[in-house]
Design a protein around this ligand. Structure first.
Ligand SMILES: NC(=O)c1ccc[n+]([C@@H]2O[C@H](COP(=O)([O-])OP(=O)(O)OC[C@H]3O[C@@H](n4cnc5c(N)ncnc54)[C@H](OP(=O)(O)O)[C@@H]3O)[C@@H](O)[C@H]2O)c1
Length: 249
């Protein structure tokens, strides 16, 4: 049985990692999925790789006009949508003393403002009974070195999501937070950790996780499917930690 048969989903940052694995699983479960990202070649390749039920959309979540273009595309092609996953995100590990105003603004423009205005723009198109998933991070609740700005940008979105769960209740739109721990995706190459230091960094992360390893994008995708489908029909306003138990230690 396909759990998302006939559903339409939009996944920002669906061209890579957690978003792409989720897009793939959602299409296998019967959904039409629109994936977004800024790099046209990566977006196109990802859509092709996922298959005919995936459509690529090149857009920047930091650009409010791109949210409007995306909404127009969804409206004209599908009339509306059922699942919106605000997943695009960036991170640069830096101690607070070294954070530049530009780096601070980039985190909040993409991770926070992009999520807020993405939901504001898409919400009118989400069909009653649909749902929203916000990809936050373990860093929003657990103190990790050099994560301060990233943690703040993600903690804000978790607060947004809980408020939205109440704001959208009359339309039966559920809003939940997917909170990954360290997961093997391309983001690990964008943290600001040098190539040479990466293996030691990842080994150290793995040693902090009770599961003894980093997560895989498919494991986050299965959690997103739970939240998006009727399997999670009575789940609303939660923060689902998918982190191999790292929150506990
Ligand atoms: N992997 C982890 O360890 C981990 C842990 C906790 C939370 N997360 C969160 O999980 C989410 C997905 O991360 P991931 O690990 O799958 O990373 P990823 O492989 O780097 O994928 C994220 C994608 O988001 C897209 N993106 C970034 N900024 C964007 C923007 N302004 N507009 C549109 N798309 C944008 C990027 O595509 P373009 O460059 O083409 O735009 C990128 O391919 C992020 O929000 C991240 O913070 C990840």
């Amino acid at each position: 049985m396909q759990h998302l048969k006939g559903k339409v989903a939009v996944i920002t940052g669906g061209n890579s990692g957690i978003g792409k694995a989720t897009a793939r699983l959602f299409t296998e479960e019967g959904a039409q999925v629109i994936i977004t990202g800024r790099r046209q070649d990566v977006v196109e390749r990802a859509a092709q790789d996922i298959g005919p039920s995936a459509i690529g959309f090149v857009g920047d979540t930091a650009d409010l006009e791109d949210h409007c273009r995306l909404a127009e595309t969804v409206k004209s092609r599908f009339g509306g949508l059922d699942i919106y996953m605000a997943n695009a995100g960036v991170i640069n590990l830096t101690s607070s003393a070294e954070v530049t105003p530009e780096d601070y603004d980039r985190h909040f423009a993409i991770n926070t403002r992009g999520v807020f205005f993405g939901v504001q723009t898409m919400a009118p198109l989400i069909r009653d009974g649909g749902n929203i998933i916000v990809t936050s991070s373990l860093a929003a609740t657990k103190i990790l070195p050099d994560h301060t700005v990233y943690a703040g940008s993600k903690a804000a979105t978790a607060a947004f999501a809980k408020n939205w769960a109440i704001e959208f209740k009359s339309r039966r739109i559920r809003v939940n937070i997917l909170s990954p721990g360290p997961v093997e995706t391309e983001i690990l190459a964008k943290l600001g950790v040098s190539e040479a230091e990466r293996p030691a960094f990842e080994d150290h992360m793995a040693s902090l996780i009770p599961a003894g390893r980093l997560g895989r994008p498919e494991e986050l995708a299965r959690a997103a499917l739970f939240l998006a489908s009727d399997a999670g029909s009575f789940v609303n306003g939660i923060e689902l930690h998918v982190d191999g138990g790292m929150t506990l230690v």
